[in-house]
Design a protein around this ligand. Sequence first.
Ligand code: NAD
Length: 516
Amino acid sequence: MKVKPFKNESINDFSNKSNIEKQKKALQEVRNMLGKNYDLHIGGKQNQTEKKFNSYNPSDKDEVLATFSKGTVDLVNLAVETAYDKFQEWQYVTAEKRAKILFKAAAIARKRRFEINAWMILEAGKNYTEADADTAEAIDFLEFYGREILRYSSKQPITPVKGEKNELVYIPLGVGVVIPPWNFPFAILVGMTSAAIVSGNTVVLKPSSETPMMGYLFYEIMKQAGLPDGVLNFLPGSGAEVGDNLVAHPKVRFIAFTGSMEVGIHLNELAAKVQPGQIWLKRVVCEMGGKDSIIVDKETNIDEAVNGVVASAFGYQGQKCSACSRAIVDASVYDKFVEKLKTAVDQIQIGPAEENYRMGPVVSAGAERSILSYMEVGKTEGRLLNGGMKAEGSGYYIKPTVFVDVSPTARISQEEIFGPVLAVIKSSNYEESLKIANNTKYGLTGAVYTRNRKKIERAKKELLIGNLYFNRKCTGALVGGHPFGGFNMSGTDSKAGGRDYLLLFLQAKLVSEKVK
Ligand code: NAD
């Protein structure tokens, strides 16, 4: 099967009026569809349950967008058994056929792009560009993993042995459980699920309860693309009930999780326990939180550094695992940096995602509570430069907040806040900056602003983070170009969007035949 080389999907430019109009029109169309009920989908059949939960608009917190049936323990069992039965066929479907379904799904997502964005703007509170970049990344994952399975299913290099015909083939694992977060509600969900499916596995998908609609849209797109019933099963529900029972099920072979460190550790422990009847050790792909730093060296352009820090700290309200939550600034440029930072942050406007404000709401009441309580901690650990409180409006709006003069060991320097809160730390020299950047239990992303080549080379060696950038922001990883995943408590370094990723959903089998 011949395919064109992979290329990243371009992001729509919303300084262009016609794109704004297209997005507004799609928002209006989606608004006409609000308030419907959505079922669970197992083996292509719709299931309703008595208990329901709502998806809300964080920009206008009492607005219900959709209502979903809530999965039960019985349905967990049915979904896993269905996926297990379907695996007996799906594993033998050729890689070409599986890849074609992903390419078709990418084409459908391209056509429905503004509609997908619109749901995300309403459900996750992303502005137009953030939502569009998320949808573009999802399309990239479909295109990239489609190509990757063709590579893994082709002839693999192996050392010849005289008198034998040997081959190494990659085969799928079995039933996978996919548990994504809400913050890249389409891209990460699509990435983990499509990688598992294109590798020949069957999946039970439990979307985040904050963004179930994004999971439903993907289910619908895969069905439209011709995915046979039972390969993807859609099972929203509570993390503790549906999530835990899925992970513990003896017929589940692997778990693909992205979310917080606390839940990741819990699921890793749960998956490690061998259940009665289970005949394998479960594989866990577990991507977790971050406490990401940008080092601002004295040998740099301060304006560029300020721009990079602001974009990384406050893009999507700081709710990215890759968000900069610590700026480590050299003492000799510290005052200048802080002054420019204050001006830049003061300019950020906050309002409803639907109206495309630069900053929208945080995702939920729980997120708002937790971020506000960290702000109170921050007030005892540093000097408040900007924000530090809620912003006006009927959604979960929080002002972009900066604390300066924060100690590298303070709580707000160490714990993931996952909101628009930045700690600025003064460092006496470059050596100390590197040490501070490495002083957390996480190791996800980071950036260094410096013009000095020697310092760049030193950081390349010494910084223990999965995605390290120089002279640019530390968010915005691109599929193919920036394989993504972190070290230590940031996860298992799965490198989503990279050439090693599908291996996590495959196992290698060696076949050796004696020849005369
Ligand atoms: P979360 O851990 O609260 O939830 C993640 C998923 O796990 C959701 O689907 C949730 O319903 C489910 N879940 C929650 N409790 C569960 C339980 N007891 N059993 C089974 N499933 C359960 O995380 P979140 O708030 O959705 O996402 C934010 C977190 O994700 C942040 O920590 C962020 O850094 C991290 N994240 C990491 C990456 C990465 O690539 N490393 C990417 C995005 C987000």
